[in-house]
Design a protein around this ligand. Structure first.
Ligand code: RB5
Length: 145
């Protein structure tokens, strides 16, 4: 199960991603925002990130204007590894090497076609484990500081 959220600047792309997930037969929950009224991206990033950190959802997708604010906010929540991606290679590698559990996209940065390829790469790539697991563990240890 996937959790998805956006602010007003990511609303349109979030809708397109939800359609794409539906077409792929993947279940998701939309935590908002639901209108184009201006809102605060940290609220939506935090709600989705907390749900992922609690294990309520396996993965999360966040969309704002750039993807930057959403990713910074989500990464404040312990247990979250949110990758801000604007290309397919990074989306694949953030799963393979970093075991990212959240993806952040910028509606003002990537077109819908590229965004769907990024989403697919993120959802379909597997974490490779091994030496990468040691490094992920090291990253998570930093949360104790
Ligand atoms: C909203 O104008 C914009 O700042 C937000 O969507 C995002 O790009 C922040 O990082």
């Amino acid at each position: 199960m996937i959790v998805i959220a956006s602010d007003h600047a990511g609303l349109k792309l979030k809708g397109q991603i939800m359609e794409h997930l539906q077409e792929r037969g993947l279940a998701y929950r939309d935590l908002g925002t639901y209108t184009s009224e201006s809102c605060h991206y940290p609220d939506y990033a935090a709600a989705a990130a907390r749900a992922v950190a609690k294990g309520e959802y396996e993965k999360g997708i966040l969309v704002c204007g750039t993807g930057i604010g959403m990713s910074i906010a989500a990464n404040k929540i312990h247990g979250v590894r949110c990758a801000h991606c604007s290309d397919v290679f990074s989306a694949k590698m953030c799963r393979a090497h970093n075991d990212a559990n959240m993806l952040a996209l910028g509606e003002r940065v990537v077109g819908a076609g590229l965004a769907m390829e990024i989403v697919d790469a993120f959802l379909d790539a597997e974490f490779l484990g091994g030496r990468h697991a040691d490094r992920v563990k090291m990253m998570m240890e930093l949360e104790k500081e």
